[in-house]
Structures are given as C-alpha cells and as structure tokens.
Design a protein around this ligand. Structure first.
Ligand code: SF4
Length: 239
C-alpha cells in the first residue's frame, strides 16, 4: 500500500486506518517536536499532491481484502507524513470515502490553512477534526512550529473560531506541551482564553513521547500536566 497505513491503535482515536495525502514531510510547518524529523518540503502550495482516484482505488482494495478488520475500525484518519489540507482533493476524498464505507472520517491538521474558507468547506463532511494549537503568541508559535514565512497565529486562531461556527462534527483540539517552552502557567492562561473562544468539544494535552526533530525537547512531567488540565477545565484530557 502506498497511501494507506495501519490500522493503528491509539488512545485518542481507537483503531484507525491512516491515509497520507502528501509526499513525505510536505508541510507548511517544521515543528521542533515532529516525530518524522525535519520538513524537507516547507510549502504553502495547495495542489493534488496525490490523486484522489489513486487513494480511493487503494482504499477500495483494502476494504475488500480486510472486511473483518474494517468492522473493528473507529475511524479512517486523514493525516500521514505531512499536512493533509495541502492536498486540494481532501474534500472530494472525504466524499468518496463516505460513498465507499460507513466508517467515520477524522482529519488531523496543523490548523495552518483553516483561515481559508475553501479549506474549511472541504472539511465539512468529516466526522471529527483534530486541529493542533501549540502557542497563542506569534513568537512562541514561530519558535515551536517554525511555520512557512507569512503564517500568522492570529489568522490560525480566527480560522479555528470560524471552523467551530461552520462545522457540525466534533472538534478535539490538540495541544503539544513542551517542557520549559510552552508550559509556563501565564501562557496556559492565555491559551485558556483563546480556547474558550474556539469552544472545542475536547482538549487533548500531549507531550513528546518519541524522538523529536530537534534534540533537547522534553516532555512535561505528569504533575504539571495535571495542573495544566485543571486550568484548562473539564474538556481537557491528558494523553
Ligand atoms: S505539522 Fe505535523 S507533520 Fe508538519 S512538522 Fe509539525 S508535527 Fe510534523
């Protein structure tokens, strides 16, 4: 399989079959914590990096060959080794998946393109969107996510607020917490104010558990994570 991977089991999504919509590390971020290493194609160009018809052919074959496994899946997850919303075919892909199978569709995104109303429109048929938000100030955002020049955290937040108004499915906001970088309580309180505006169904707190793109990136300890969860409120969960 070229574009499908898994099924993978995670506490967040249960059993899910992953689909990659871009070539390896085609992304508009170069996060210091990325498990996949450095971004080798830092781009904001949207195009059909991988043809929807090729992905659908592969999925159709997989579903035909794996009927029993497919019955145990929670989601088909659009994610992979780059930013899935860079692929202009993402809306068509979600529609085609829904024609093929009753399985729910989740989209994992770094949130950068949600400011674009066309990108938000293309995601409307998904069941779940898991957008990430690691910082709420431009300086910290650049330090952690090392975005393509011109990407602005204010626009990302505006995109999330707009998504909440337009999207009828679930939104689980992911926050990657890095020791000594974005786990300062003052930053967490600012984050809380922004999250209240976004109003996600859940907040998922994460901290690096595997190799990161840069060395010297450490996970936040459990006691601090619990304190952060208390500040962020009932919807926050630690993963
Ligand atoms: S957005 Fe995701 S794929 Fe892109 S660099 Fe960050 S962690 Fe890696």
């Amino acid at each position: 399989m070229k574009y499908l991977y898994g099924p993978v089991k995670s506490r967040r999504l249960g059993a899910s079959l992953g689909i990659s919509l871009t070539p390896y590390k085609t992304c508009d971020f170069d996060c210091i914590y990325c498990q996949l290493g450095r971004t080798n194609n830092l781009t904001v160009e949207r195009k059909e990096y991988i043809k929807v018809s090729e992905i659908i052919n592969e999925l159709r074959t997989w579903l035909g060959d794996n009927r029993e496994i497919a019955q145990g899946l929670e989601y088909i997850t659009l994610s992979g080794s780059g930013e899935p919303t860079l692929n202009t075919g993402i809306g068509e892909l979600i529609t085609e998946i829904k024609r093929l199978t009753p399985l729910k569709v989740a989209v994992l995104t770094n949130t950068s393109l949600l400011v674009d109303s066309e990108v938000r429109r293309q995601l409307l048929e998904a069941d779940l969107i898991v957008p990430s938000l690691d910082a709420v100030t431009q300086g910290l955002f650049i330090k952690i996510d090392r975005p393509h020049p011109g990407i602005n955290i204010e626009e990302i937040i505006a995109g999330l607020v707009a998504l909440r108004k337009e999207f009828r499915g679930k939104i689980w906001l992911e926050v990657m917490l890095l020791k000594g970088i974005n786990d300062d309580i003052r930053h967490i309180r600012k984050l809380k104010d922004i999250i209240e505006k976004i109003n996600p169904d859940k907040i998922q707190l994460n901290s690096p558990a595997r190799t990161t793109a840069e060395s010297g990136i450490y996970a936040v300890g459990r006691p601090k994570l619990k304190k952060i969860r208390e500040i962020l409120g009932q919807e926050a969960e630690i993963f």
